[in-house]
Design a protein around this ligand. Sequence first.
Ligand SMILES: [Zn+2]
Length: 130
Amino acid sequence: MEELNQQQKIRLNKALSERESTLREEIRREVIAQDDYVQLASEVPDPGDQSFANLSVDLGNAAVTRDINELRAVELARKRMQSGTYGECAACGYPIPFERLQAMPTAERCAPCQENYERTHHEGHRGATM
Ligand SMILES: [Zn+2]
């Protein structure tokens, strides 16, 4: 398996940042749509605030929870991109195929390791990203 080349990294980085903007916008809309928006408003920082993903996931809204979990995954992926570990499987250390990353830019494991992980962690009460 080959490691990602620079062009592939640039493409994936772009996909990640686009996904991040979409998610932030979605979360904002979903949170605003909730009845208890007033109560939540003080907890929602401005777009671009790095702590946005730290917003409590216990909002009782499945869509928001899912989006926040994905936003966390995106931010983790971008951190890996910065530190140069992006595209390495977190479990076996081998490069994750570009096709897999293209389909799922937040992937942190290769397909076999992810399957194995999901088998051993069931639903994963810490969310899908860890
Ligand atoms: Zn692996």
